[in-house]
Write a protein that binds this ligand. Structure first.
Ligand SMILES: [Zn+2]
Length: 174
């Protein structure tokens, strides 16, 4: 089942829901469709375009946002799909301080890396190898929560880019 992006009344990305759920919001006039998929859904008495992006009519207050989920997909997006060590095409996730040396699985300690660098680095430290690394940061912005779901759609990109997802075009079509 395809999914739709739900925006707050302020256009802030909120969550991802199945398209039928998004359609129910639109039919109940709780949301308006901003982008259609072109896919027609058939209900008992009507046929309608399945929405790809909807915006809530009323503002929903989000009380607390936890940390951005750390997923392989989100790390690749943050690092632009490049190896953090050599700039080549990334294919793996590397722990900067290796797990075997007490490194944690957290945003500040993971980077995307090519297979070669990951293999060469193994359980060594960046300083052992004389390599340079721009310290990895935790991404901020509502778009990253959507990315963490692992779902994407090219029609979502303009709405996510406005909220912290800088380089999402490639990700959304990946
Ligand atoms: Zn590399």
């Amino acid at each position: 089942m395809a999914h739709a992006l739900v925006l707050n009344a302020t256009y802030e990305p909120l969550c991802v829901v199945p398209q039928r759920r998004a359609l129910v919001l639109v039919l109940a006039r709780k949301a308006v469709a901003l982008e259609d998929t072109g896919v027609v859904l058939h209900a008992a008495t009507l046929t309608v375009d399945a929405p790809a992006v909807v915006r809530l009519v009323r503002f929903v207050r989000v009380p607390y946002r936890g940390p951005v989920p750390l997923t392989r997909r989100a790390v690749f997006a943050r690092d632009g799909g490049r190896c953090a060590y050599c700039g080549g095409t990334a294919a793996t996730i590397d722990h900067v301080v290796p797990r075997s040396r007490g490194g944690n699985h957290e945003w500040h300690n993971v980077v995307s890396a090519c297979r070669r660098c990951n293999h060469v680095k193994a359980d060594r430290m960046v300083s052992d190898l004389g390599w340079r690394l721009h310290p990895p940061q935790e991404p901020t912005g509502a778009a990253w929560r959507i990315l963490g779901t692992g779902r994407s759609d090219p029609r979502w990109v303009p709405y996510l880019e406005a909220y912290g997802g800088q380089d999402l075009a490639g990700l959304a079509t990946a």
